[in-house]
Design a protein around this ligand. Sequence first.
Ligand SMILES: C[S@@+](CC[C@H](N)C(=O)[O-])C[C@H]1O[C@@H](n2cnc3c(N)ncnc32)[C@H](O)[C@@H]1O
Length: 229
Amino acid sequence: MEQYWSGSAVNRNKGMVENLQQYGVIKSRKVAEIMETIDRGLFVPNGAQPYVDSPMLIGYNATISAPHMHATCLQLLEENLQPGMRALDVGSGTGYLTACFALMVGPQGRTVGVEHIPELVSFSIQNIEKSAAAPQLKDGSLSVYVTDGRQGWPESAPYDAIHVGAAAPEIPQALIDQLKPGGRMVIPVGNIFQDLKVVDKNSDGAISIRTETSVRYVPLTSKEAQLQG
Ligand SMILES: C[S@@+](CC[C@H](N)C(=O)[O-])C[C@H]1O[C@@H](n2cnc3c(N)ncnc32)[C@H](O)[C@@H]1O
């Protein structure tokens, strides 16, 4: 599903969350609560319509993903975003999902966003500072770093949850390595045709992979390739 609703009729964050619940994308009370608390309106560039179910350009050939994709990924990762757990958001862009992850795992947990465009990291930090996740930036349980996300962020590994917000030609081994036994990664994989893959690492370290749905994301690539378009 590429879009559940269009137009500007939904003009409040709460209305967006209610729509996602009505369409069955948000299934749990917890995910609804988190998406109500982190206002998407704080994370889109000025002038954009934050509550329309559509990705939006944020500059540097990047987008903020559509609300239904954010909700889908939060639902898929909910069990691995319990208080005290560790989360990695690769391609953290505006910081929206990073902030949601931080609220889910709480200050006893650890949330890391990694993004390779320095200007987007600054933008995301400014956005998070306006949001309900701001205290976690201050207390150090939430950080956003400039780096090539294909290498993950080994300093805070292993992670219970890894989300990748850009489509990889194949699943980076570094990210599999940084997943904790019992951990889950959600990652779009493919070039023109992409699938959202759910990668589970069992307690014995064995990996199982299934396809959740077809998706369309910007590529997980080098900074130079992305800026060239
Ligand atoms: C579709 S955007 C999603 C951003 C974020 N999930 C959001 O909704 O705001 C994908 C992001 O991945 C970033 N990206 C692409 N390749 C990357 C890489 N190799 N390392 C780090 N970030 C990358 C892009 O710059 C972009 O910000």
